[in-house]
Design a protein around this ligand. Structure first.
Ligand SMILES: [Zn+2]
Length: 54
């Protein structure tokens, strides 16, 4: 059972706007952007819910 497909969280660097996934962040030794900035804001995952209205 892999839990990589769900629960992915994305972060956006407040300085350069680069989006980094939690998977990519987990590979890093410390939480920071590729530009070196350490302040990342959490982005809402782009989950598309399909609701039948009929
Ligand atoms: Zn950055």
């Amino acid at each position: 059972m892999s839990e990589q497909s769900s629960g992915e969280v994305y972060y956006e660097c407040v300085r350069c706007g680069t989006t980094i996934s939690s998977t990519e962040l987990s590979k890093l030794l410390e939480i920071k952007c590729i530009c070196g900035y350490r302040i990342l804001k959490k982005k809402r995952p782009s989950v598309v819910k399909i609701i039948k209205a009929t």
